[in-house]
Design a protein around this ligand. Structure first.
Ligand SMILES: [Zn+2]
Length: 393
């Protein structure tokens, strides 16, 4: 981000310079054109046979000299601008790294199988974003031949989402009804929220739709237990049906945020039911990479300058811990406080009798001889390995 700011600052300077140079050049060209037209008109008005006086000749000569001077100054201004533009290019080069070879795992995308996987992820991303034509082109060009069954869920998801964005509820309602059982199991509020929006749309029409509003209220009845508060608000708004709910304390019901919320809920539920992550794996990968690459590049530079590049030899692990922030945390992890290693399936976290947790490998190292007995390294409680329990995240 700092790099963007640095370039942006330089760009702003350049834009200011360009603007003032542009104004100056336009002004001198306008003046120049106006003078040419003035002279031309003057000459045209004179009779053909009249000879040009010495005075006029001197004025014209003076004018030509001025024209040459203007030409030179415009040329210089242009040269100056050109210099600034190339300087901006250098600023871009200086602030953005283009060579990532130092931190790239060689062969990560080598081989037909990996290339295919990469292309599939990209194609899936386009399908997710509703860029169906691009996805289709990539599918053909990269010979992916994705079967229709893999595309159809995305197409449906996008179709419904697009309707919701246009405030059309039917496709989403149909989908929610078809998947009611699974949605209920997940305690999803989707179906209720969709009916709620339809109800709000009816209220919006005012007293003219009174009969429909009351009929629809019956449809909402089954949701009353689960969504009591929302239901109370909806029913309360009916008091203002005649005067217009828009002008009442219930006007918040019409806020656009409800539509944004329903799109989010639908996306989350639909992805959940399809077994997909809510975020596109490609964008998560790229965003995480954007955050992780700068520190990795600088640590690599430090390692090279101190000639300890060999320290980072294992491609499967990073030389420093990189915190991508809360949004990129999907699973709880445990790092053993003794071995300072992240737990794995082979080396899981173990809960000791006293409540302290260490990794299995660390525990085995603490056991003395064949006794099975050991002491907690944090409090002096003694126990046997049988007293410990594996912890699952
Ligand atoms: Zn302990």
């Amino acid at each position: 981000m700092d790099a963007c700011y640095a370039v942006d600052k330089e760009l702003e300077k350049l834009c200011d310079k360009y603007k003032s140079a542009n104004e100056r050049i336009s002004q001198s060209l306008d003046d120049f054109i106006a003078s040419v037209q003035g002279y031309a008109n003057e000459i045209n008005q004179k009779p053909h046979d009249e000879t040009v006086s010495g005075e006029v000749k001197a004025t014209i000569k003076d004018f030509i000299d001025r024209a040459k001077a203007t030409n030179i100054s415009v040329g210089n201004a242009h040269k100056d601008l050109h210099g600034s533009v190339s300087k901006l290019g250098k600023t871009v080069d200086r602030n953005f790294t283009t060579d990532f070879s130092a931190v790239i795992t060689e062969g990560a995308f080598d081989g037909e199988w990996k290339q295919r996987l990469l292309n599939e992820v990209i194609c899936e991303h386009f399908l997710r974003q509703g860029m169906l034509d691009i996805a289709e082109s990539l599918n053909e060009d990269a010979h992916l031949q994705l079967p229709h069954v893999r595309k159809e869920p995305f197409l449906e998801l996008h179709r419904i989402l697009e309707s919701l964005r246009q405030h059309i509820l039917d496709p989403a309602l149909q989908w929610a009804e078809q998947n009611r059982e699974e949605l209920n199991r997940r305690k999803s509020p989707l179906e209720f929220k969709l009916h709620r929006l339809r109800f709000i749309e009816l209220i919006k029409c005012g007293a003219i739709k009174q009969r429909e509003v009351l009929e629809y209220a019956r449809k909402l009845a089954p949701f009353a237990d689960e969504h009591t508060k929302d239901m109370q608000l909806l029913m309360g708004s009916l008091l203002y049906l005649h005067e217009g709910v828009q002008n009442s304390t219930y006007s918040f019901l019409f806020e656009e945020s409800s539509w944004v919320e329903i799109c989010d809920i639908f996306t989350r539920d639909a992805c959940g039911l399809l077994g997909l992550s809510v975020e596109s794996p490609l964008s998560v990968g790229i965003n995480a990479g954007c955050k992780a690459l700068p520190p990795l590049l600088s640590i690599r530079q430090v390692m090279q300058s101190r000639q300890v590049a060999g320290v980072w030899s294992s491609k499967e692990e990073l030389p420093v811990e990189i915190d991508l922030g809360q949004e990129y945390r999907y699973h709880s992890i445990f790092a053993c406080p003794i071995l300072r290693q992240q737990s794995s399936e082979q080396n899981p976290p173990m809960r000791l009798m006293c409540g302290h947790v260490i990794s299995k490998d660390a525990l085995h190292k603490l056991v003395v001889g064949n006794s099975n007995r050991f002491k907690c390294p944090y409090c002096p409680v003694e126990m046997t390995t049988i007293d410990t329990r594996q912890i699952y995240f």
